[in-house]
Structures are given as structure tokens and as C-alpha cells.
Design a binder for this molecule. Structure first.
Ligand SMILES: *Cc1c(COP(=O)(O)O)cnc(C)c1O
Length: 361
């Protein structure tokens, strides 16, 4: 068996130890005689899995007791509608910082259910930075303030959160959840599609302050109301059972093998540092993001020559470094180095880039 170094932005790499446990438990989960894929979501054996997944997430992320954790479907993209439907209930206004495609989609979808304001944007420079925010421009009576904390496509990340006062801050953390500690209490709501850093595709985690639940607009479909899922322990309908089980294994790996989010952050800083250091010293490759806003998870880079980029991607793929093609809106390359990417994957990539630079300059 040979495994590649997978730099995919999502769905993405999972810890090998997790895949091995899942394989071992495939035919007979803990003596139940069934795969987790096959069991009733109402069974005792499954109940233990979903409860433990939530317990571990709460422990690892240090989620305060006045927040609910919801395991939903529909991807982070469904949250672009679910959030305004549930939260636009007083002034029906919300503020948005436009830092890329996902933030734009959140803004556009919210405009369908209320008044969505753009307080700042970095579109002028292909979203290569996080705009400086001036709180005096924020809507005072907004029902929420939305940011995309880590911009998967463009490789930018907030290293400081905006101070929105009493206005609930809403954060899309799809591509940075569990990558480093985050102060949940600074947010009214956090959400993440699981397929970047937590599990396979099919699960969306919502972490929501209790007082924000139960005030949805009248038109809200039952499945799109947070209270529907909160009142039913994420079991109003069939949850994505198997994905939640893999998320539980990933959380166990984070706790037991990595030692929590402080350690995960140190490892992620080391990994990203290996690649950024090389980019900063290379004569052929360069990162596309301003230094102070760089993401630890997604690292876009270019040579400045589209043909050379294509040659690099082709040769890298042949050498076992896969999914390095940048998003079509940026071009060039992007290395996504999520939690499960080992340090040696980053070292090997840099060795390969060095060699490519020598051979092609
Ligand atoms: C991938 C991604 C999304 C979209 O997630 P889906 O689960 O595919 O809907 C939204 N926001 C961010 C930051 C992402 O990285």
C-alpha cells in the first residue's frame, strides 16, 4: 500500500491512525456485530458515540455550558441561509466582512432575508489580506456580525477578532476548526463543515449560544430552525451517523495523540513555517498573502508563470504530492496543511520545491 501526501483543501486528509481504527471496526463495532454505518441512530450503542463526540468537542474546544453543539447536514453552505433565518429577528440587519467567496455567499444569502451590510472588503486585491476594521462603521443594532475566520481559497486568517460589542459575532470556521484554541465565548455562533479538518464530508457542526435559539423568522422550514435540532439532541431526523463516528475518532486522536489544541497549534505553526520560510527565500515561488494575515491551514503560492505552475503541479503529482492546484479564482498552487498532515509531509514538499527550482531556473 502506498499513500500520497494529500494537500487537498477539502475533503481532505485524515489521520492514518483514525482510518486504521475505522477499518478495524468496520465489520463489528465493539462487539455489536454491526458496522456503525448500519446501526440505528436510536440505539444505545450509537447514542454513546454521538454523546462522546459532543463531549470531546466541548472538552477540546473548551465550549462554555451556555452553548449548544448541533450536528447537522447540508454543509456550511446551508448555514449561509440558516443563520439569517434564525438570527435576523429584531432589526433584521447584519454586517459582513467580505474576505472571499464564502464570506460573499454568506452575505448574498442573508440579503434574501434582511438587510445585509458590507462593512469592509479585500476584493480589490484578490482577497490577499484581511481588511482593517473600524468599529464606528459597524451597524449598532445589527442582529449579527459575520466573518469567515479562515479563508480557505485565499489563505488568509483573522489573527485578531473584531470587537462587536453586544452584537453577536458569527464565525465560519470550516477550515480552521480544531487547528488552534479559539475563544468560543467571543462568538454568538460558530459553524464548520467537517470535511476540512474534522471528518469526511456530510457533517456540519454548529456551536450556538443558547439565547440565540428559538427566534427564527416565520418562514423558516422546520429543518432550518436551530431549536428543532437543539431540542432533539441533533436527532430530529437521522443524523450523519458514520461521519459523527469518524469525527469522534478524530477528536480522540486530537486529545490522546496530539494532546489538545495548544499542542496542535504548535505543530501547525511548525508545519506552515517550513513552507512559508521556503517561500520567503525562494526566487521562483512566492506566497500570495500579506505576511500578517497568513493562514496556518491553507497556503497559496505562485511562480508568476502559468506554464511553470502547471509543470510544477504535474511533476508534484507524479512524485506523490497531490491536490496542489490552486483554486480557479487564484490560480497557481495551494498547499492545505490541515491537522492530519504530518510535519514530514511539509518537509518533503519543500525538498521537492527546492529541487524543482534548481532544475527549472
Ligand atoms: C468549504 C467551505 C465552505 C463550504 O462548505 P460546504 O460544506 O461544502 O457547504 C464554507 N466556508 C468555508 C470557510 C469553507 O472552507
Amino acid at each position: 500500500m502506498s499513500r500520497v501526501y494529500n494537500f487537498s483543501a477539502g475533503p481532505s486528509i485524515l489521520p492514518e491512525s483514525v482510518l486504521k481504527i475505522a477499518a478495524d471496526e468496520m465489520m463489528d463495532y465493539h462487539g455489536s456485530g454491526q458496522s456503525v454505518m448500519e446501526m440505528s441512530h436510536r440505539s444505545k450503542v450509537y447514542d454513546d458515540i454521538i454523546k462522546e463526540a459532543e463531549r470531546l468537542l466541548r472538552e477540546i474546544m473548551n465550549i462554555p455550558d451556555n452553548y449548544k453543539v448541533l450536528f447537522l447536514q447540508g454543509g456550511a453552505s446551508s448555514q449561509f441561509a440558516m443563520i439569517p433565518l434564525n438570527l435576523l429577528n429584531k432589526s433584521k440587519k447584519a454586517d459582513f466582512v467580505i474576505t472571499g467567496q464564502w464570506a460573499t455567499k454568506a452575505y448574498q444569502e442573508a440579503s434574501r432575508y434582511g438587510e445585509a451590510h458590507i462593512v469592509a472588503s479585500s476584493k480589490d486585491k484578490t482577497f490577499s489580506y484581511i481588511p482593517k476594521l473600524d468599529p464606528s462603521t459597524f451597524t449598532k443594532d445589527a442582529d449579527y456580525f459575520h466573518i469567515c475566520v479562515n479563508n480557505t481559497i485565499y489563505g488568509t486568517c483573522y489573527h485578531e477578532l473584531p470587537d462587536t460589542g453586544d452584537v453577536p459575532l458569527v464565525g465560519d470556521i470550516s477550515s480552521c476548526i480544531l487547528s488552534e484554541p479559539i475563544d468560543v465565548s467571543r462568538f454568538g455562533l460558530l459553524y464548520a463543515g467537517a470535511q476540512k479538518n474534522m471528518a469526511p464530508a456530510g457533517l456540519t457542526v454548529v456551536i450556538i449560544r443558547e439565547d440565540l435559539i428559538g427566534h427564527s423568522q416565520d418562514i423558516t422550514p422546520t429543518m432550518f430552525k436551530y431549536e428543532t435540532h437543539s431540542e432533539n439532541g441533533s436527532m430530529y431526523n437521522t443524523p450523519p451517523c458514520y461521519i459523527i463516528y469518524i469525527a469522534k475518532l478524530v477528536l480522540e486522536w486530537l486529545k490522546n495523540d496530539i494532546g489538545g489544541l495548544e499542542n496542535m497549534k504548535k505543530i501547525n505553526e511548525k508545519k506552515a513555517g517550513i513552507i512559508y520560510d521556503f517561500l520567503d527565500n525562494s526566487k521562483m515561488f512566492r506566497g500570495t498573502v500579506v505576511k500578517e494575515d497568513r493562514s496556518l491551514m491553507n497556503i497559496p503560492f505562485v511562480t508568476g508563470d502559468a506554464d511553470l505552475d502547471a509543470k510544477f503541479i504535474k511533476e508534484a503529482t507524479a512524485a506523490g504530492f497531490v491536490n496542489l492546484k490552486g483554486h480557479r479564482s487564484v490560480g497557481g498552487m495551494r498547499a492545505s496543511v490541515y491537522n492530519a498532515m504530518p510535519v514530514k509531509g511539509c518537509e518533503a514538499l519543500v525538498e521537492f520545491m527546492k529541487k524543482f527550482e534548481e532544475e527549472n531556473s
